[in-house]
Ligand binder design. Sequence first.
Ligand code: DGL
Length: 256
Amino acid sequence: MDNRPIGVYDSGFGGLSVWRELYRALPEESLIYLGDGKNCPYGSLSEERIRELAEKAVGELIERGCKMVVVACNTATAAAINHLREKFSFLPIVGLEPAVKPACQLSRSGRVAVLATERSLQSEKLRMAVERYATDVEVIKAVGRGFVEAVEQCEEQSEATEKMVSEVVEPLIEQGADVIVLGCTHYPFLKGVLRRVVGSRDVRIIDSGEAVEKRVESLLDRYSLRADEENEAKYEFLTYADEEYRERLRRKAFDK
Ligand code: DGL
C-alpha cells in the first residue's frame, strides 16, 4: 500500500477533465493538481519551452512526494513525454494521447476528426497513431483555435464560444466525420456546446479521460502503488499563476 499522492499536471484548467475521472474512480487516492496558468496556452510555445516548463512542473510534483505523475495535457505530452521519462525514470509518468484507435473502431462513415492544438496535431505521436489505427479510415485534423482560451476564461457556455466551436466543427461534419476526437484536455469542458452544435446528427464525441484513468489503475497495480482502501484522500491545487487562479482550479474541479 502506498498513500502518497498522484500528481496531475496541465498548462491550466484542462487537466481537470482527467483529474475528475481519477477523483471519481479512485476515491482513496490523494491527488495534487498543478495547473500552470501563468504560461497557458502551451499550444503556441516552442517545443523546447514546453519541455522546460514540463520538467519544472513534474519536478515540483515529485518533490512534493508524488508516486506517479499524469501529464494531463496532450500538448505537453507530445513535446515532452520522452524527455520527462528519461529525466524522472524512477517513477511512472502517464501521458495523454488522442483516442484515435476507439474513434476508428466506432466510425461508420470511415471519416473521423481529431480536434487538438496545432502542436499536438503536428506531433509524431499522432502521426504514429494514425498510421497504426487509421488504416481504412480517413482522419481529418482540425485546430480548436480559441477553445483553450474560452475554457481558461470560464466562457464555456457563452454564445461567442458556441459560434467559435460551430465554425470549427460544422465543416468537419459536412466532410462526413461521424466521430470527433477531443485531443486536448481542455476540450471536454466544451462538450455542452459541442453537443448543441452537433444537435440530432449521428456524430459521437470522445475523449481520453476514461482510458487514462484505466491506464493509471493498471500502473498502480503493476508497481504496487495503490493507496489503502481506508485512506482519507487529500486534494491539493497548485499553480504558477495567482491565488485567485488556484481557487478557480479548486472550484472547477468539484463543479458538477
Ligand atoms: N490541455 C492542453 C492540451 O491537452 C492545452 C494546451 C494549451 O495550453 O494550449 O493540449
